[in-house]
Ligand binder design. Structure first.
Ligand code: AGV
Ligand code: CA
Length: 314
């Protein structure tokens, strides 16, 4: 079977780390590298958790190297969200062996990406589930890599209501764009094909009590127990909407790589606003660049795929 080269850059949230776990179970994926940017998580625990997940659940993938980003964003994420990276890193199942063996690269993330894309046989699919800072820097430093990028699959942006509630902002942006609006703006100027999972793309995959119960019922599978434990760190507040309901934002994005049939995409022309009170907003515009926006998904197929992958993890 021919396998797709995938390079994964994430920002340490619960669904970022669960995404790594899922990628490691996908037979058709050749994971060429992982890097961690300290946006919706802290750098040390998010990096350590990544290495431990590779050690514990990635036996079939060969050595996968992890690199730390030295990028810093313009608009920091709330600390309460970033703390989730510590909860995952502390899970007993990741600390049973007392060792961390997945190699840590000495390169910063953006240079690690350049090295892995240049070194790969054929093209590489880039999967990003946090801000685009490392990709923007990589493109500035090594424009040649663009020709070797198959496409970018990104969780970011919104064409409806944003999820940023911060002083001096009008609420129109999604957080992964808001953290570094200029980086998204830079990537939009490139010729790279972009598959976009925007906020509203995930509206059919909220983390409901029923989903948690489904994982609880099958916790005899170690991988399913891992899903439940990871998401136990996200408080199930069901009475208010924005910023308390968790969606499977990054996991749907990752699942769309392994199972493209669970999402429907359409072309949207759009631009990124880089400055001012709407900074980080993605806006539809006839003269904007095309992206393939996920506008519909099959939630039952998605949750079944996710749980089935988790059952494969031993
Ligand atoms: O905006 C969605 C992005 C995704 O990449 N992140 C979470 C996912 O990793 C930010 C975010 C929005 N609301 C949140 C977030 C919340 N309530 N808790 C933690 N992170
Ligand atoms: Ca994320």
């Amino acid at each position: 079977m021919s396998r797709t080269n995938v390079y994964f850059n994430h920002d340490g949230g619960v669904d970022d780390l669960v995404s790594l776990f899922m990628l490691l179970q996908m037979e058709q994926v050749h994971l060429t590298g992982v890097s961690v940017i300290p946006a919706d998580g802290y750098l040390e625990p998010a990096t350590d958790a990544s290495r431990k997940i590779i050690d514990r659940f990635g036996q079939n993938k060969g050595p996968v190297e992890v690199a730390k980003s030295n990028s810093r964003g313009k608009n920091p994420f709330p600390a309460a969200w970033r703390l989730h990276s510590f909860y995952v890193d502390a899970l007993p199942v990741l600390n049973e062996s007392g060792r961390m063996e997945a190699p840590l690269s000495s390169l910063p993330a953006h240079q690690h990406l350049i090295e892995k894309v240049r070194g790969a046989e054929g093209k590489t699919l880039l999967l990003f589930t946090g801000p685009l800072t490392d990709l923007a820097r990589a493109l500035d430093e090594a424009p040649d890599i663009e020709a070797k990028i198959e496409k970018l699959v990104w969780m970011g942006g919104t064409f409806e209501k944003g999820n940023v509630e911060e002083p001096e902002h009008d609420g129109t942006a999604e957080w992964n764009v808001f953290w570094d609006p200029e980086a998204a703006y830079r990537v939009w100027q490139s010729g790279i094909t972009i598959d976009l999972v925007a906020l509203e793309s995930t509206s059919k995959v909220p983390l409901t009590p029923a989903v948690r119960n489904r994982w609880a019922a099958e916790r005899c599978y170690e991988g399913v127990d891992f899903l439940g434990n990871c998401y136990a760190g996200c408080p199930p507040l069901v009475y208010s909407e924005t910023n308390s309901t968790y969606y499977l934002w990054d996991v749907l994005t990752t699942a769309s790589v392994g199972r493209p049939d669970i999402v429907k995409k359409k072309t949207v022309h759009c631009s990124v606003i880089a400055e001012g009170p709407s900074q980080g907003r993605t806006v539809e515009q006839a003269e904007g660049r095309p992206v393939n926006l996920v506008y519909d998904t099959d939630p039952e197929a998605f949750f079944t795929y996710m749980t089935d992958l988790a059952k494969l993890a031993a």
